[in-house]
Design a protein around this ligand. Sequence first.
Ligand code: ACM
Ligand code: ZN
Length: 519
Amino acid sequence: MKWIVLMIVMIAWNSFCRAGTTTVFPSPEYRAVMPGSFVLPEKVRCAELPEKAYWATYFREIFLKEVGAEFKKTNRTGVDFRFVRDTSLEAEGYCLRVRPEGIVVTAGGEPGFFYALQTLRQLAEKEEGRGVWECCEIRDAPRYRWRSFMLDSGRQYQQVATIKKYLDMMAALKMNYFHWHLTDGKGWRVEIRKYPRLTQVGAFVSQGPEQQGFYTQEQIREIVQYAASRYITIVPEIDMPGHSEAALIAYPHLECFGQVPELPERGFTHHIMCAGKAATLVFLKDVLEEVCRLFPSPYIHLGGDEAPKKNWDSCADCQAQIRQYKLQNSHDLQLWFSAQMASYLKSKGRKAVFWGDVVYQKGYPLPENVVVHWWNWRGHRDLALRSALRQGHEVICGTNYYTYLNFPLTPWNEYGKDRTFDIRDSYENNPSMNRDTSALVLGMSCALWADGGVREDMIDRRLFPRILAIAEQMWHRGDYLAFEQFYGKVKEWKCWFERLGYTFGPGLRSEVPEDYKWD
Ligand code: ACM
Ligand code: ZN
């Protein structure tokens, strides 16, 4: 008899409690579904919420509207939503308990409450326009502390509303750093008051579609605030000494020979900022001074990628600098130059992020506030990762294969077959995955470069659905579903993201119609 009762209990438990189902993107660590549901009343009773916390404002002003209800403060104990701080949880971690009488959200810190609300948004069903949730228990926390998305606003200019659209996407996918590539050969996009020609001239050097424009300091402050209210830190990138033709066209005295460079047709040219002239360092420190005032981020990205040394090798000033500091060659000069800029940021209490190029060869020592952004898997495999860890630097993993989401699935424009990949590649073969065995690995990034003229209306179809695979890798702590199962969930969830205004492109190469237009 005892056995029969036990069997009945086990069968009942299995049919009601489906632990670990993936119905949220990215998947929570643990989820168990229970019988019953919670139906949101029109006026949501809730104890007073903290006045200044962004998540509380988000709950009252955005979340409740989305699920068809209004906020009503109550001092009574019978409430629909209860928010409880539990400092034993991580700051970004949270637990959810949905019962027929209400929802209890427990979180370690403010971001945890915000991420719990993102999860609830995705789980909400609607009855007569009002939110309904299946009863469940969820425990969740991120795998990586750094989960970033990079947008290239240097080569292409995107409107403020578009930047906000992708900050909203990041919030829904629980990403926490927006790496904003603000300068490149084809455009300088951030207003610097001390050097007005950077935007008067540098923001308009390129004539292609959507390649003119810049962000005023007022707009930047607005965007920084918009991001902060979604627990996203904006990490601005001022690329130096290369990828700087737009700045050099505005201020040619910073080029080794004072030449006004041509615009890069593809990628970059050998016209880079002269590291031998005191004026260059003064200029860049002034720029960073304003950048630090605009962006409160603890991290400032200084680029450092793809800086050909043709000019430095023959520039009298650069060569004199090499002799003065007993450097080995022009690469070593870049390390010396990078160290000066990183030290300047250190004096402002910030860390300097550089692309992995700065650790390809040994040389002048970089200060300890340098973080290395590993990217060039195609060219150098894991060289930058290994060198950075050996030198004791923190690392962000953002390998071009398979996190550069501007690469299309099939050839387009300057992207040949070897620069294509699909969601299966991202999900199964991303070299940035499983690199967190060292405490120095901060996390993972993904990027949308604008090479080849990726205009605003092309961005969604590059990002979706592949960014869902990357978000899963950044956040999810538990076991990973087999690709077919994961992709099945992606397809089920397409309409949720479409409702928010994101358009999906094809996910698999085999799904791309022969005449598909990426532009
Ligand atoms: C890069 O892709 N040049 C960082
Ligand atoms: Zn020079």
